[in-house]
Design a binder for this molecule. Structure first.
Ligand SMILES: NC(=O)C1=CN([C@@H]2O[C@H](COP(=O)(O)OP(=O)(O)OC[C@H]3O[C@@H](n4cnc5c(N)ncnc54)[C@H](OP(=O)(O)O)[C@@H]3O)[C@@H](O)[C@H]2O)C=CC1
Ligand SMILES: CC(=O)C(C)=O
Length: 314
């Protein structure tokens, strides 16, 4: 039995899933087929990853092949920043459902607390953004609740949000089921995790391996997969460093969604859900003493934007 976390309505949420950002056309179909055949029960998707149609084809073929069923899998997707205005929320989800070939999602997240004009994928000028006054997150949240009421998604949640924004949304509607944020030993998000747990919100850790395949990767950024402490613990247990990072995330009570398109890694990452780190391992990893954010979000902040980095991230 894979690890699960309980959502605030009692639903069991599979704590381990497959990330699909940067998984290219032709690669992502095979990755999802391998994952579902290997026993994955949770897929993390998003409209902005521009590959949901291929993920959907893989899900359909896996179900046809008898590898899984719709009821057995948990599918998450995310509302992109150009569809925050209430009149665009349902059509954005309908597009995702059509691409994924599904009648409902298990979880739909507001991807970022940042809004763009409708149809803008990545803004190039200030005029292409909407401010939070023009597109209030509370209104987006109310529209998300309607999707749940219509049965188009079983759960609703948020991503890249801190306590202030979550409190704002919880004040106008239901508490988000999940908050998906960057989290790994360089950015353990300990305070946010404590806050989320106190509200019954599950925290999903994205970029748990340090997102080394990003186009925007900096040549001098620290590597989690090569970190000496992680290597030492991996040697002690006779596993890979990726396995240790996955086990650490699960061991501290978060869900985790490593991305891979490599057959052997897709399988070994799933196997890592069985790895138990001891208190010494957990303590050593939690005391890196260095902070680093890989998804620095420069794409949404700066002089051409009404948002600042401090105003965006959890
Ligand atoms: N809500 C949000 O705003 C965000 C959500 N996400 C979600 O989180 C997922 C994971 O994060 P992501 O940024 O993709 O990066 P990850 O930290 O998951 O790293 C992915 C990279 O690690 C490699 N890899 C996978 N497994 C191993 C292993 N066992 N050993 C060594 N290398 C390994 C992959 O290679 P290969 O594929 O070649 O095997 C790929 O290069 C995303 O795909 C997406 O679904 C991510 C960022 C933001
Ligand atoms: C990867 C992702 O979800 C981003 C950049 O929003």
């Amino acid at each position: 039995m894979q690890p699960h976390l309980k959502l605030h309505d009692g639903t069991q949420f599979p704590a381990f899933g497959l990330g699909t950002w940067k998984s290219k056309p032709n690669e992502v179909y095979t990755a999802v087929r391998v994952a579902l055949e290997a026993g994955y029960i949770h897929l993390d998707c998003a409209a902005i990853y521009q590959n949901e149609d291929e993920v959907g084809k893989a899900i359909a073929d896996a179900i046809k092949a008898g590898d899984t069923s719709r009821e057995k899998i948990w599918v998450t997707s995310k509302l992109w920043n150009d569809s925050h205005e209430a009149q665009h929320v349902e059509s954005a989800l309908q597009k995702t459902l059509s691409d994924l070939g599904l009648e409902y999602l298990d979880l739909y997240l507001i991807h970022w607390p940042v809004a763009f004009k409708h149809g803008v994928t990545f803004p190039r000028s200030r005029e292409e953004f909407l401010t939070l006054e023009e597109a209030p997150l509370e209104k987006t949240w109310e529209a998300m609740a309607e999707l749940k009421a219509k049965g188009l998604t079983r759960q609703i949640g948020v991503s890249n949000m801190g306590p202030e924004r979550i409190d704002l949304l919880s004040g106008v509607g239901e508490t988000p089921a999940v908050n998906q944020v960057e989290s790994h030993p360089y950015l353990p998000q300990t305070e946010l995790l404590t806050y989320c747990q106190s509200k019954g919100i599950q925290l999903t850790a994205y970029s748990p391996l340090g997102s080394p395949d990003r186009q925007t990767r900096k040549s001098d950024e620290p590597s989690l997969l090569e970190h000496p402490t992680i290597k030492e613990i991996a040697e002690k247990h006779g596993v890979g460093t990726g396995d240790v990072l996955i086990a650490w995330a699960l061991g501290r009570g978060t869900s985790v969604i490593p991305k891979s398109v490599t057959d052997s890694r897709i399988r070994s990452n799933l196997k890592a859900t069985e790895l138990k780190l001891d208190a010494d391992d957990m303590g050593a990893i939690s005391n890196f003493g260095k902070s680093y954010r890989y998804i620095d979000g420069t794409f949404f902040a700066g002089p051409n934007s009404p948002y600042t980095a401090d105003g965006i991230w959890a």
